[in-house]
Design a protein around this ligand. Structure first.
Ligand SMILES: NC(=O)c1ccc[n+]([C@@H]2O[C@H](COP(=O)([O-])OP(=O)(O)OC[C@H]3O[C@@H](n4cnc5c(N)ncnc54)[C@H](OP(=O)(O)O)[C@@H]3O)[C@@H](O)[C@H]2O)c1
Length: 383
């Protein structure tokens, strides 16, 4: 039995993780579930899985659940370090689970991380926590499909034999749009991802391709490889999830239908492969062909901004990540246009007074600065 804590169980990744549990009921015990505001869904999950610990943000539904449940009501960092938890799935959005991730690693937990912002903003602090907890059994396992693919390609390989990592990119909702039409696209159009079903923030980040920049920074922290050895390759079908080039010229890739349940299961059951197939077999003959190409950097300026921020190796990545968090929220609320997201990110990178630091407080302060910078630009009427 793998004893699980799922942080963000009511979100897209969290709900799919519970699908994996349903398909392998003898493999898992759900010990703890945490949600944000959707206490109604958390309530239903609690009835189905009877966890020992629960959390949701205070509110009417949350207070009702708390009054009714016999489960312990525990904040994320407490549930992530419980003695009866083996694997912690970090499936929250934003930075909600950054302290819990650090606490879990320090306590020697196996952490399966879906959340990007935690690594992009807190990368140095998360790596330090992993190093501190390693002797107790701490592991950091990727969940994102691209990083899961790279992780699987690296199993059994010596680190010094790795030459390059290649992240594949579907191109998002606007890959075929005329760039001049992007000024007028709506949130509904941006939320219509061609190959993946995901939460709103990551779907908008996929449409700007900022997401691929976040993934490159994430890969740098997960696999300890500099950004100039990480490539982005456009691959429309999202079947080749990513690849690794080795020093002898061999290339290994991992393929599968685009469905998060497979990388989630890999991260939860590692080093075993689970005995259920969460996704139908890939039928390459039926697909016929797969396509690859370069990413149009001019159409997607947010990608270059994220990579540049990551390359600076200071608080710039945290600042730009915070700026994006806010810019995406303003776009979804109809306050700014789609193209203004990248413009605000560029402005925030220019304006940020960066410092090189591993201090978590300083990294979080840079992230908060980025959010406030965008909020004040939007309040002043960005154009
Ligand atoms: N979706 C994907 O396929 C996918 C793929 C790769 C990586 N990721 C990454 O995984 C993370 C989650 O993505 P998602 O698409 O699943 O997001 P999502 O659907 O928006 O779900 C976010 C989850 O976090 C919870 N949450 C938010 N604030 C919280 C707080 N303060 N305390 C506790 N829980 C909180 C939400 O709870 P409520 O709903 O109850 O408010 C929800 O359960 C993101 O970093 C994303 O970039 C996602």
């Amino acid at each position: 039995m793998i004893r699980l804590a799922i942080l963000g169980s009511t979100g897209s990744v969290g709900q799919q993780a519970l699908d994996v549990v349903r398909a392998l009921p003898d493999a898992f015990e759900v010990v703890a579930l945490a949600a944000g505001g959707n206490a109604g869904l958390l309530h239903a999950q609690a009835r189905e899985f009877s966890p020992a610990a629960l959390f949701a943000r205070p509110g009417r539904d949350s207070d009702a659940l708390r009054a009714e449940t016999s489960a312990a009501w525990q904040p994320l960092d407490v549930m992530a370090t419980r003695d009866d938890v083996d694997v912690v799935l970090v499936a929250t959005s934003g930075l909600a689970a950054l302290p819990a991730t650090i606490a879990a690693l320090r306590a020697g937990k196996r952490v399966a991380i879906a959340n990007k912002e935690t690594l992009v903003v807190g990368g140095p602090a998360v790596r330090a926590a992993l190093d501190a907890g390693r002797a107790l059994g701490a592991e950091l396992r990727p969940v994102d499909s691209e990083h899961s693919a790279i992780w699987q390609c690296l199993w059994g390989e010596a680190p010094e034999s790795v030459e390059r990592l290649t992240l594949t990119a579907s191109g998002g909702a606007f890959r075929d749009y005329d760039p001049t039409a992007l000024d007028a696209v709506t949130a509904a159009q941006a939320l219509a991802h061609p190959t993946w079903k995901m939460g709103p923030k990551i779907t908008i980040d996929s449409a700007t391709l900022f997401n691929k920049g976040l993934e490159a920074i994430e890969a740098r922290w997960l696999f300890d490889i500099p950004l100039d050895r990480i490539d982005i390759l456009q691959h429309r079908e999202s079947v080749v999830h990513s690849m690794v080039t080795f020093r002898d010229g061999s290339v290994k890739a991992q393929l599968g239908e685009p469905d998060m349940r497979l990388p989630i299961q890999v991260a939860l059951t590692y080093p075993d492969r689970g005995a259920a197939k969460p996704v139908p077999d890939l039928d390459l003959a039926k697909r016929g062909s797969l396509t690859f190409g370069t990413v149009d950097a001019a159409r997607f300026p947010a990608l270059g901004i994220a990579i540049e921020a990551g390359r600076r190796d200071d608080t710039s990545a945290a600042a730009v990540s915070g700026a994006d968090e806010s810019a995406v929220a303003h776009f979804l609320a109809g306050r700014i246009r789609f193209t203004e997201i990248a413009r605000l990110l560029a402005e925030s990178l220019d304006a940020h007074r960066a410092q090189r630091t591993e201090d978590l407080e300083a990294l979080l302060a840079a992230e908060a600065w980025g959010r406030q910078f965008v909020d004040s630009r939007v309040a002043a009427g960005v154009r």
